[in-house]
Design a protein around this ligand. Sequence first.
Ligand code: ATP
Ligand code: MG
Length: 213
Amino acid sequence: MNIRLEQPEKKRIGLMGGTFDPVHYGHLVAAEEARYQFAMEKVIFIPASKPPHKSRNDISTPEQRLEMTKIAVSSNPYFTTSDIEIKRAGLSYTIDTVQAMKQANPDWEIYFITGADAILDILTWKNVEGLLEECFFVAATRPGFKLESVECKLGRLSKEALARIKTIEVPSLAISSTNIRQRVREGRPIKYLLPDEVEKFIYQNNLYLSASW
Ligand code: ATP
Ligand code: MG
């Protein structure tokens, strides 16, 4: 089911932001479903350099997270990555990224893809009303987060802003990066939670072995 184009002359581009520490099948499935449902030309995965909502300061290096994301998207011709946030100094704010992308590509209509948990947080994001004027949001369900609660929790937003948040259902994937890091630290398997090549990268680079996070 493809949803009607809002501005048919524009190219629909998905942006998938995240820490991707590490990237996993939850991210990939949500991005692919969003791409399909909204007929996007491509989805760009953008690892954050210093996510403003995460205070952990011992995450893997941005370069390692970018590399894992590149490896993970390589088998999908519609997926690509960008180092725009990693290159930019300081904190990564979604509105800055979206504005920079639109400036460089005026014919893009941007759909920012998030999990439903992230969408419930957006009231705390920088200039959320402005952000929702710049782009659409596609919120994918994630186990434990009910889509009905999105509208009720975001009631403070203007009607126009709310209308630009679309929701999609993805097969419930109870996969999270936190759980994967914990599994590595405990010596438990992570196979089938993320692409094999990303698993290999994690072991080859001894990631997530320290308990400090
Ligand atoms: P962490 O456990 O470290 O918070 P994470 O698994 O939530 O990691 P992030 O990099 O924080 O991954 O998430 C990037 C984006 O992907 C967010 O919008 C998040 O809501 C979404 N997301 C994460 N996991 C899933 C999943 N299993 N299904 C759908 N969306 C997901
Ligand atoms: Mg998260």
